[in-house]
Design a protein. Structure first.
Lengths: 486, 367
């Protein structure tokens, strides 16, 4: 039997439930939960219904408990007729959870759907809601009370939605003004004059009359959602931050876009008040990070070969941190910036697209980033999560592409594929940081079971599509175009 | 390959010449006496700078924009207002100005508003922003020409009154032989002696601009190519502006194009950011529906959401000016009568809808 590749983990997140320590992960179209201690797979969603892994699962939503299903029925009733079809998505690019790990929010790719799951004691996922957004979400954040989801999308808007949609809410949500529909054309013969335009207007008037007779046309999402703010640019990342102030907590929404802006807005209900901008990048921004233990600093990165550290409440750049030694080297795309505190060290970890190195920095008191020995992995770093109590990092790596490349596949799959690696910070070594492999039985178990298979014989076109799903950010770079721009 | 059509060729030649005869600056800081000014600086002709009325605001274009407001080279735009202390530079090392830009015309088109406002607020720096290349070319050339004309008038005036002022302008007299003869009509060649008497003969032609010495000498206006929907905060710092004008914006009639409108709930937050409390945002349109759109997005209980509309939306940052206040504001008159588009609307007997909003203070942080 020919060996196949395994879908790598696109997102991983460690959560500590009262009963268990879990690792949540998405790979390909699936969401998985594992025991973080043993590596045993507890559940996958959507559940397998057929024996073949290659076959798309039949059920979109499977509830593990009977009474949970009834709540759901009414809300997703309109969707059920579609559930026979294969999943409308091929990847799950965003997975996040409440701090207690009870609720997981996942965004499925192509169908632009925000799904909220309740994680059961046995680690299984019970889907509570699915809400299809008007535009593809690019980042999800929770407000500090963890009752509201903020969703930043590729259209540049940030919407808020309740984590748990209330049942009493009528189907008609407040409509954003922008989408207010007109029953008749806005143009009149006072505003358009040319022959062609007048003819078009005539047609529009006729069409509007017909539409009025035919009844209402379709409108946007029917669930409760509010437009909080918007950029005229693709949003790439968003954070919700609350800062202690003299009297009350102040909350902020930080949004980053493709046009090099980081905007600092107040949190809802004052998201329309812009406090300032952090401007200093010359290429798109892909990730922003505010360390939980040093919320006065913001670290940002993207298509530039450096990170920036900001005093973001003042919009002031503090430090510029080089990411590559040779600045003429290939174009840099920051894949992720993670902040974690291990022991008494505030660490900033940075992964670049198509790099098997996880760069490590310590965040100093003045906000500067001190480079530490990087971690070398067996494949491109995709995602990082930390178990702070154990001084441990879990790192998902790409076992499909060769280390150092975002498009070149390995000659042959290895058995088992290495999907996950774990390292523990070594204490005691003076000055520099050391890492030792840890949790080998757990990662071994996860790697042995694997995820979904990708046929080793996948043809180039399909390979390219899979590459683009996993390494999408480089597409954001603006290409200098020749010719006249008018 | 076929050669470019004759029309385009002619246009390119004209523009090249126009740019050459009005070298950048034309200012008091650069050496004006190295090339004696042409006897009569001619204003560019609009017909060589036409461009279709729409530009896609979501496209990248090939825009130049500063990294941040502190990286903006304003000195080259306002040479008359450069800080005389050369050590005062901004983050990219260009000279700083004595004052900040305060007024912005978003989508300034051919610049009628700026030219109209310039003498009205001679000490206030204004910038027009326009996304269309050709239109911007025209306006830049026009402003350079206007400045040069003013300088000429000033120098001839100075020489006729024989008071040796400290101005270092050349003694290039106005009766020098006109060079580079073009097909330009000579209508604008006003008598330099008639400078004191404002000519009111022909308001509609641009040629009147050459005849009178205007306060500020058009040194206070400039134009920049930009996409304000994306890059407004790159140019202007928080609360920097006292007035923003949005005149006859592209109506984007189709509902699915409404995100491309220059007025929207989300963009208004950016205008509020750049506008200081007490600052004014002027709008005028000939499309009634757009007028209601503007009202809906800034103020007014005209929409169904009025109940909760006042809290938690950008509307709480603006209040509408009364009609009485509007009549007292000369900017409103300029906006409704002197912009190219307003003249066109008048010609076509269309309606004009004006709404002006005052930026309120930011609300207190929620308790």
């Amino acid at each position: 039997m020919a060996l196949n590749f395994q879908y790598p983990f696109q997102c991983i997140q460690f959560v500590e439930r009262p009963q268990a320590k879990l690792l949540l992960a998405s790979a390909g179209p699936r969401l998985y939960s594992y025991s973080a201690e043993t590596g045993q797979r507890l559940a996958s969603w959507p559940q397998d219904t057929s024996s073949s892994d290659q076959e798309p699962p039949e059920k979109k939503r499977k509830v593990s408990t009977a009474e949970g299903g009834s709540v759901e029925e009414s809300e997703t009733a309109e969707k059920t007729e579609k559930s026979k079809a294969p999943p409308a998505w091929s990847n799950i690019p965003i997975v996040t959870s409440t701090s207690n790990g009870e609720y997981v929010i996942a965004v499925t790719g192509e169908d632009k759907c925000i799904r909220v799951f309740q994680v059961q004691d046995d680690g299984s996922f019970q889907q509570l809601s699915e809400r299809i957004m008007p535009k593809r979400p690019s980042s999800i954040a929770l407000t500090s009370d963890e009752t509201t989801i903020l969703c930043a999308d590729k259209f540049g808007d940030v919407h808020s939605l309740p984590l748990i949609p209330s049942n009493e809410k009528p189907a008609v949500a407040p409509r954003p003004n922008r989408e207010a529909k007109l029953s008749h054309p806005a143009a009149t013969n006072l505003t358009v004059h040319t022959k062609g335009n007048l003819r078009a207007l005539e047609q529009q008037l006729e069409l509007a009359k017909k539409k009025k007779e035919a009844g209402e046309e379709k409108s946007g999402p029917s669930f409760e959602h509010h437009l909080l703010l918007g950029h005229v640019s693709l949003l790439t990342d968003m954070l919700f931050v609350s800062l202690p102030s003299d009297t009350h907590k102040r909350t902020y929404i930080l949004t980053a876009d493709r046009d090099e802006h980081i905007r600092v807005s107040r949190g809802p209900p004052q998201a329309h008040v812009i406090e300032n901008y952090c401007l200093g990048h010359t290429a798109f921004i892909s990730k922003i990070c505010v360390p939980r233990d040093a919320p006065e600093y913001l670290i940002s990165g993207g298509g530039d070969n450096y990170l920036m550290v900001w005093n973001w409440t003042e919009g002031r750049a503090l430090h510029k941190v080089p990411l590559v030694e040779d600045s003429s080297a290939a174009e840099v795309v920051v894949r992720g910036i993670w902040a974690t505190t291990l022991g008494d060290l505030r660490l900033i970890l940075v992964a670049l697209d198509g790099s098997s190195q996880l760069q490590c920095f310590t965040l100093e008191a003045d906000g500067s980033l001190k480079p530490q020995t990087p971690l070398d992995l067996t494949g491109n770093v995709l995602a990082v999560t930390s178990i702070e109590k154990d001084n441990t990092l879990l790192i998902s790596v790409d076992s499909v592409r060769t280390a150092g490349s975002t498009n070149e596949w390995r000659a042959s799959p290895s058995a088992p594929s290495i999907l996950l690696e774990a390292f523990r910070l070594q204490q005691g070594t003076e000055g520099s940081l050391g890492w030792e492999p840890t949790l080998q039985s757990a990662t071994g178990a996860i790697n042995a079971v694997g995820t979904l298979e990708i046929a080793a014989t996948t043809e180039d076109k399909k390979r390219g599509e899979l590459n683009d799903l996993l390494y999408a950010m480089s597409k954001l770079r603006k290409t200098p175009r020749g010719g006249e721009d008018e | 390959m076929t050669p470019p059509p004759a029309k385009r060729q002619k246009r390119d030649e004209y523009r090249k010449q126009a740019a050459a005869t009005n070298p950048d600056g034309g200012s008091s800081t650069t050496t004006t006496n190295e090339t004696s000014l042409p006897a009569r600086v001619k204003l560019p002709k609009k017909k060589f700078y036409r461009q279709r009325a729409h530009a896609n605001p979501f496209s990248d274009h090939q825009l130049q924009y500063p990294l941040s407001p502190a990286h903006m080279d304003w000195a080259s735009h306002f040479p008359a207002y450069v800080n005389p202390d050369p050590s005062q530079t901004n983050l990219i090392g260009t000279r700083q100005l004595l004052k900040d830009v305060e007024i912005v015309d978003i989508g300034c088109g051919f610049g009628g508003l700026l030219v109209g406002l310039a003498p009205l607020l001679p000490e206030t720096l204004m910038v027009g922003m326009e996304i269309r290349v050709s239109v911007l070319d025209y306006l830049s050339t026009r402003i350079q020409a206007l400045r040069a004309q003013q300088q000429q008038l000033q120098s001839t005036q100075a020489s006729t009154s024989t008071t040796t002022t400290t101005t270092t302008t050349t003694q290039a007299t106005a009766d020098a032989v006109p060079e580079a003869p073009t097909t330009e009509p000579t209508a604008m060649e006003a008598e330099p002696t008639s400078t004191e008497t404002p000519s009111t003969t022909d308001e509609t032609t641009e040629t009147t601009e050459a005849t009178t010495l205007v306060p500020g000498g058009y040194q206070n206006i400039t134009a920049i190519r930009s996409n304000t929907m994306k890059f407004f905060p790159n140019f202007f710092a928080k609360h920097q502006l006292s007035k923003i004008f949005i005149c006859f914006p592209d109506p984007h009639f189709k509902a699915r194009k409404h995100k491309a409108r220059i007025v929207s709930e989300t963009l208004n937050a950016e205008y509020a950011y750049a506008l200081r409390p007490g600052g004014l945002l002027y709008t005028i349109t000939d499309v009634e529906e757009y007028h209601h759109w503007v009202l809906r997005h800034f103020r007014e209980g005209e929409d169904a959401e009025a109940v909760d509309g006042a809290v938690g939306t950008v509307k709480e940052l603006f209040e509408r000016l009364t009609d009485e206040e509007l009549t007292q504001d000369p900017c409103v008159r300029v906006m409704s009568e002197e912009t190219e588009e307003s003249k066109k609307v008048t010609r076509n007997k269309g309606n004009k809808y004006v709404a002006v909003f005052r930026r309120k203070e930011d609300p207190a942080w929620p308790a």
